[in-house]
Design a protein around this ligand. Structure first.
Ligand SMILES: [Zn+2]
Ligand SMILES: [Zn+2]
Length: 285
């Protein structure tokens, strides 16, 4: 039912791959990747290597390896989660399930306010609760939270977990990067004779610029994370909140198990689809 290769208005790159990119989404996605890769490179090359290794990488220390591995792990997970959000179908309703006659009957009943069933005239289908039509994707998206240009996709039933993980790993990665920049900067201020520019003559300048960009990116991502925390604690999507829909009575844990597809386990931290996140899985909705 949700096979995205059948989505006529999404630019699919082969079968079963979802890609709803528009020009704004492509630009923002490229900027996000550049920031993550650039930060990883700058911290590794300009801070950690000169700090923990000598020029010939002779004095390799456990501390140095752990510091480099932490940065690469956080950047790698952030990139992987981002790719999963971009290329995972958020969950869409099948189109053209209503005929013109059905739509006429619906109009004749004329009770848009009281009728519990809603229809989408663009997709010509019924819209279950919490399903909304996205103008960018041009589809009705199940449990739609919002359309995010930074991942060039809707955040919905099947990719909200990956979006939350992306925010988590970016926040951790940028916090780690900024603290490394600041710690190394303070060390070099005190012992400037021990610190040389690792990429003469612009290494220090590049490091400073990347550090400032990282701080702004961190603030921006933290804002998105706060919005998501609020939406989860109130169990209401951002789009439902804008439409003044009622909050549900579920607990935060119940909302999280719905998003992550299963009860808490280590898989919550990994960008893999499990349990109710898998379309057609045997788990009860
Ligand atoms: Zn629709
Ligand atoms: Zn969308």
């Amino acid at each position: 039912m949700w096979d995205c290769s059948e989505a006529p208005d999404a630019k699919c790159m082969g079968r079963k791959v979802w890609c709803a990119a528009d020009s704004c989404g492509l630009f923002c996605t490229g900027f996000a990747w550049l920031t993550i890769v650039g930060t990883d490179f700058a911290v590794s090359r300009l801070v950690l290597r000169p700090w923990f290794f000598n020029d010939d990488a002779e004095f390799v220390t456990v501390k140095g390896i752990l510091a480099l591995a932490t940065m690469h792990f956080l950047a790698g997970m952030a990139l992987l989660c981002h790719l999963k959000v971009v290329f995972t179908c958020p969950g869409v309703e099948q189109r053209n399930t209503l005929t013109s006659e059905d739509l006429r009957c619906f109009d004749a009943s004329n009770d848009l306010e009281t009728n519990s069933r809603r229809v989408c005239r663009t997709c010509r289908c019924y819209k279950p609760p919490r399903t909304h039509h996205c103008r960018v994707c041009n589809r009705c998206v199940q449990r739609m939270d919002h359309h995010c240009p930074w991942v060039s996709n809707c955040i919905g039933k099947y990719n909200q977990k990956f979006f939350l993980l992306f925010l988590l790993y970016v926040v951790l990665g940028e916090l780690y990067a900024v603290s490394m920049f600041v710690a190394r900067g303070l060390q070099c201020l005190n012992r400037s004779n021990e610190c040389v520019d690792p990429m003469r003559p612009y290494g220090t300048l590049i490091g400073l610029i990347v550090c400032i960009v990282s701080i702004f990116f961190l603030i921006f991502v933290l804002t998105m994370a706060c919005d998501q925390c609020e939406a989860i604690s109130d169990d209401i999507s951002q789009i439902d909140r804008l439409q003044y829909q009622k909050q549900s009575e579920r607990t935060i844990y119940e909302t999280l198990t719905e998003i992550f597809g299963e009860d808490f386990s280590v898989y919550w931290l990994l960008p893999v689809a499990r349990g109710r996140m898998v379309p057609h899985s045997n788990h009860r909705e």
